[in-house]
Write a protein that binds this ligand. Sequence first.
Ligand SMILES: *[C@@H]1O[C@H](CO)[C@@H](O)[C@H](O)[C@H]1NC(C)=O
Length: 316
Amino acid sequence: MGVTAMKRRLRGVVLLVLALLLTATAVVLLHGEAEGDADASAVAAAPPFNASRVRAVSWRPRIFVYRGFLSDGECDHLVKLGKKKMQRSMVADRNSGANVMSEVRTSSGMFLNKRQDPVVSGIEKRIAAWTFLPEENAENIQILRYEHGQKYEPHFDYFQDKVNQALGGHRYATVLMYLSTVEKGGETVFPNAEGWESQPKDDTFSECAHRGLAVKPVKGDAVLFFSLHVDGVPDPLSLHGSCPVIQGEKWSAPKWIHIRSYEHQPISKETKGCSDNSARCAKWAEAGECEKNPVYMVGAEGAPGNCRKSCRVCDS
Ligand SMILES: *[C@@H]1O[C@H](CO)[C@@H](O)[C@H](O)[C@H]1NC(C)=O
């Protein structure tokens, strides 16, 4: 065989190998996508809203517990989505090296998108059916993980400052979904609930839970409580916290619901001196923060945001 023929054959082999590699890559990519779609469609949904599964555990403040609000599959799916997003935002931060950005993202990066897949849509619809509050009044579902010793000191879900009320007004109600059963600790505790002292508690409750009305985190259950009285005045009895996790891991998903739409941004007419308040605005806008953190970035009526220029919300 001559040198030319050998070269030709070699080139043929290289081309063949390349073609095979490309095909294999395409198959892997397609398969990966299909698997992602199948994830959501294979999740068995919990039955539609059923009032007889709800129990009022307190009227001052108003607290309700819904047993089996989510199916096991729905819980696992939300945890999976949460894990994916937490990992993704950490990687992105390390690559860009923007520390401040990562601080903004730790508080916002674990929010799912609204209606991001059929499972999330179904849950959001069920929440609206339970609370009688429209889906558009709600913030995006947040996914939280508490590991050993982690807690959330008692706090209110309503804000007194104007910026946090600009979009949607006050937070009115909270639906707190438990995505895992915690072996010990991690209870949601309401230290100001009226008559909490008479709640029967055995030693399966943690010490922290003995200081208020407590709800144990059980996978699939959900708590609904109201941070405002029916006349719109904040209810200080709605103070609540998350007890330290003693054994196991706590995954939960809060959904905050406002008194007005949280989706329709009232654009301020006040556009004079339209500018960015931070040199990082352009980067944040590029990373989608205008949509993810609208109150901070864009602002709302009477409270212009910090990156109006980069978010292109100024009247020209
Ligand atoms: C609602 O839940 C109750 C209690 O779990 C159950 O007995 C009943 O069958 C449910 N109703 C419907 C329509 O699913």
